[in-house]
Ligand binder design. Structure first.
Ligand code: F6R
Length: 610
């Protein structure tokens, strides 16, 4: 996983690299490090376990102008400690490297290098790569560029790397396979990073390295070369007109809390300009609309919370447009036997647009000739670039690791996509379409959910000591249950499972006792009576019942230990209101346990390794 930022120019490296790392901390925050070439030609490496703040405090050596690399880590191989933090140097301490990705064949290479008397300091696969480059450079007597190429040709897996060598003080090499790297170019300065967020405030001239390409920066010049042979590749520079706002928590203690509240506006923003009173526009799909409309089937692929949105999308698209939809985890889709061909549309959903499995799934779909559609929150991200067409969710930067506002925005896009498909296929009447498209009243109801926050906080305090939770819902509220359970697990470290409410009696009911809360999501819809029976089943086993509903009635009042009522609305929007309640519940449980909800343990905002 991890974030890389590197600078080559004439300015002092530290503030450029540290500010860049802060932007990239969403990719991992268990350790961070920085290496630069001091003005006296010596290599200076500083690493710290923990967040970028720790590294910043440790950086006393300010004597670094011109060239440096930095990294924030999410541990894959080797514990999250100072030794395993990047950058890693080779044995001669001339060559130093930061890496994003996983070197899969690191063990046999390590064995080979040990047989050549090379000593390792860390447990990482990354050190194996830098030692291999060092081996070719020092013992194979290759020049720096050749040594890098020779090593990269021998590794399997994924990498985005940036490397420096004290013998080549004016040179920096970056290379990629699988893990994205962008190069920003500004006069005689170069910025390299895993995504454009640390670069864009310095320059809008961006070159995205392609797989198996390397950028060789030498003095004020740079060339793009192939990793596979010593040939020059074209320079495809793009002008990226994208501004990144500064992060600001406003009046909130945590970004997650702010982002939950922002949903009052973000859902409307997502839709603005994309829906008329009698038609859905979604201009981002226009170029491929004929293929989308006539597709035999749709696959939705994503990970985590975005996958939950995909499950809701399936139900919406199938219900409105009668198009078959399959939803697969991107990590499974990429390896499974899938029925994808040129009559298939593959929708990839991703908040960050950088999730490695989702990108691999898109690549597979592109290779199979499918039309690929991205639903993504970050303009300029890899998902936006790798898909044929798409729609940005436009809900602003999401900083909290637990995804909130992006999820409801994704549901919004999927809802309108389903209606657009239905309308194109003649599966929905004009009157019904108009009714669905008149969402303004429903949007107002989002605001009123927050009137329940004090009650939700009280309920959170009551159950904060529970060790397990069940989340139960039916139909579209089953994915909502999954999402509620995921939010709770992520930020409060309480075990929680989401289940279809009726399926619970096929196993999980064995867990129920007087200490176990079950959160039921109960809209007044066609499954209402059925779900009441499911509640009874838990109740008669003394389980605690928390109900989220849009129906004020005596039965629910009697059944529930705790009842949260949201306003009645179009029942497609109920999923959004119920989601917000569950986000608030998870948030307040975590806060009452005094946990860092924005950066929960072991997680990162964007999972950029397989
Ligand atoms: C959960 C969460 C993760 C992400 C998942 C996919 O709160 O944030 O489960 O949803 O890692 O990330 P994106 O949507 O960026 O592809």
């Amino acid at each position: 996983m991890c974030g890389i930022v590197a600078y080559k120019g004439h300015r002092n490296c530290h503030s450029i690299l540290l500010n860049g790392l802060k932007r990239l901390e969403y990719r991992g925050y268990d350790s961070a490090g920085l290496a630069c070439l001091r003005n006296d030609g010596q290599l200076s490496i500083t690493k710290r376990r923990g967040k970028v703040k720790e590294l910043e405090e440790a950086l006393t050596d300010k004597n670094c102008d011109g060239i440096g690399i930095a990294h924030t880590r999410w541990a894959t191989h080797g514990r999250p400690n100072q030794v395993n933090a990047h950058p890693h140097a080779d044995q001669s301490r001339k060559i130093v490297l930061v890496h994003n990705g996983i070197i899969e064949n690191y063990l046999p290479i390590k064995k080979f290098l040990i047989s050549k008397k090379i000593k390792f300091k860390s447990e990482t696969d990354t050190e194996v790569l830098v030692q291999l480059i060092g081996y070719f450079y020092n013992q194979g007597k290759m020049d720096f560029e050749k040594a890098v190429r020779a090593a990269l040709q021998r590794v399997d897996g994924a990498y985005g790397i940036v490397i420096m060598n004290t013998d080549y003080p004016d040179m920096m090499i970056a290379a990629r396979k699988g893990s994205p790297l962008a190069l920003g170019i500004k006069d005689n300065e170069f910025f390299i990073a895993s995504d454009i967020s640390p670069i864009i405030k310095h320059t809008q001239q961006i070159l995205y390295l392609k797989d198996s390409e390397m950028a060789v920066i030498n003095g004020n010049k740079y060339t793009i070369k192939s990793v596979l042979k010593d040939i020059t590749m074209p320079k495809n520079i793009e002008q990226i007109d994208y501004k990144i706002d500064d992060y600001d928590k406003g009046k909130f203690k945590y970004f997650m809390h702010k982002e939950i509240h922002e949903q009052v506006d973000t859902i409307a923003n997502t839709v603005k300009g994309r829906v008329k009173s009698d038609a859905v526009l979604l201009h981002g799909l226009s170029e491929y609309w004929d293929e989308i409309e006539s597709a035999d089937k749709i696959y939705i692929t994503a990970c985590g919370t975005s996958w939950h949105a995909g499950l809701i999308g399936k139900l919406l698209i199938e219900k409105f447009s009668n198009t078959p939809v399959f939803v697969e985890y991107a990590s499974e889709f990429r390896y499974n036997h899938t029925l994808v061909d040129n009559k298939t549309v593959v929708i990839a959903i991703s908040q960050s647009g950088e999730t490695a499995d989702t990108l691999a799934a898109i690549k597979k779909a592109n290779d199979y000739g499918a039309v690929t559609v991205g639903i993504c929150n970050v303009p300029g991200s890899s998902v936006g670039r790798e898909t044929d067409c798409g729609v940005y969710t436009r809900c602003g930067h999401e900083v909290g690791v637990a995804s909130t506002k992006a999820f409801t925005a994704q549901i919004g896009i999927l809802y309108f996509l389903a209606l657009k498909l239905a309308s194109a296929k003649g599966e929905i009447s004009k009157t019904s379409l108009k009714r669905h498209l008149d969402y303004s009243d429903a949007m107002k109801k989002v605001k009123t959910v927050f009137r329940q926050e004090k009650l939700i906080e009280k309920i959170a305090k009551k159950y904060k000591k529970a060790t397990d939770f069940l989340y139960l819902g039916r139909g579209m509220n089953f994915p909502v249950a999954l999402e509620g359970a995921l939010k709770l697990k992520e930020i409060s470290y309480i075990h929680a499972e989401g289940y279809p409410a009726a399926e619970m009696k096929h196993g999980p009911i064995a867990l129920v006792d007087k200490n176990m809360p079950s959160v039921f999501i109960v809209p007044k819809d066609k499954t209402y009576e059925k779900i009441i029976s499911n509640i009874q089943e838990i109740k008669s086993r003394k389980g605690k019942i928390i109900i989220v509903t849009d129906s004020k009635n005596k039965v629910l009042k009697e059944l529930a230990n705790d009842l949260i009522i949201v306003p009645r609305t179009n029942h497609y929007l109920f999923v959004v209101l119920a989601t917000i309640v569950l986000q608030l519940l998870a948030y307040h449980i975590a806060v009452s346990k005094k946990l860092n909800v924005d950066q929960p343990r072991n997680l990162a905002k964007s999972v950029t390794v397989e």
